[in-house]
Design a protein around this ligand. Structure first.
Ligand code: NAP
Length: 284
């Protein structure tokens, strides 16, 4: 299979490069230096040149707080840039897999979000992704949109890496206990995304490690599994205000993924595998 990947240098992108290689796919891996999503002509050129069966669009302006103060950039990259890719995909007759987010939801539900639930994002990042989803579905009715959540992995900054760093130097850390979601290991997600392409998936699919927790629960597990003595204190979002409002509950139902007979491991299992390959803070 010929695959063209936008966002190859990112947290998820680096594992997608590995997963595609492991699978024997013929991959064209692009970062923003190879093709900026905002450059319609360049995007068209790289897609025409690589003639992919599938395009995986992992590239995004994914800084949730940064998007709040850079609304124009968020929409230029996340919505209009994605539209550039979709239009080029339509012209080249390539399939498109677009990575989206649990933050398209407002978090007011008390049971897992299904793929058909209404989008109602709480912040600019989620809004730019939600508007992208709507435009892409119009341009490419057979698109596959994969929503995922709370990514962690070895390819860049992520929550467990931050907790390990802070916990190694402080006796106590405070972590919010009123936002619930599903942590997702990029290595697990990447192999699922490649599988979905091979299964010719279409429509909206929710993909994340199974189970759910709060950021506090996640931090407790990271500290415990790493054998650190740091105390983790639960706090509220109100005590830790951030520029972007985040959904209080953004657990995604696995039903759409299970329809492809794919079942992802629990987030605790994924975390253990992540930690096994993470050097202790003192060695970093
Ligand atoms: N991180 C999460 O917790 C999370 C949760 C749900 C969904 N997602 C989604 O998952 C996907 C991957 O996220 P991530 O955490 O891996 O992101 P990331 O680490 O921030 O990586 C972003 C990638 O996008 C590229 N990029 C940024 N602006 C670009 C532009 N204007 N033109 C072309 N490429 C551009 C970057 O290239 P350079 O390195 O060259 O800048 C990089 O390869 C995104 O679509 C994100 O919205 C993430």
């Amino acid at each position: 299979m010929r695959v063209t990947l936008f966002g190859a240098s990112g947290l998820l992108g680096q594992d997608l490069v590995r997963a595609a290689h492991d699978n024997g796919d013929d991959l064209t891996a692009l970062s923003s230096k190879d093709a900026d999503l905002r450059d319609r002509q360049r995007v068209g050129e790289v897609i025409r040149d690589s003639r992919p069966d599938w395009i995986i669009l992992s590239a995004a302006y994914a800084d949730v707080d940064g998007c709040e103060s850079n609304r124009d950039l968020a929409f230029a990259v996340n919505r209009d840039g994605a539209v550039n890719v979709a239009e080029a995909a339509r012209e080249a007759r390539s399939r498109l897999l677009f990575i989206s987010t649990d933050y398209v939801f407002d978090g007011t539900k008390a049971s897992p979000y299904e793929t058909g639930d209404a989008r109602n994002p709480a912040g600019v990042y989620g809004e730019s992704k939600a508007r992208a989803e709507e435009r892409l579905l119009e341009i490419l009715p057979d698109i596959c949109i994969v929503r995922t959540s709370w990514l962690f992995g070895h390819g860049g900054k992520c929550f467990p890496a931050t907790i390990l760093k802070v916990a190694s130097i402080r006796p106590e850390i405070s972590v919010v206990n009123d936002q619930r979601g599903s942590p997702t290991f990029t290595a697990d997600l990447a192999s699922v995304l490649v599988q979905l392409c091979h299964l010719s998936a279409h429509g909206i699919v929710h993909a994340n490690n199974s189970g759910n927790c709060t950021w506090y629960d996640f931090a407790v597990e990271i500290v415990r599994e790493s054998g650190l003595a740091t105390m983790v204190k639960p706090v509220t979002t109100a005590e830790f205000p951030r520029p972007a409002k985040r959904p209080a509950y953004s657990v995604l139902s696995p039903a759409s993924l299970n329809n492809y007979n794919i079942h992802m491991p629990t987030w605790q299992n994924a975390l253990r595998r992540y930690l096994e390959k993470t050097p202790p803070a003192s060695a970093r």
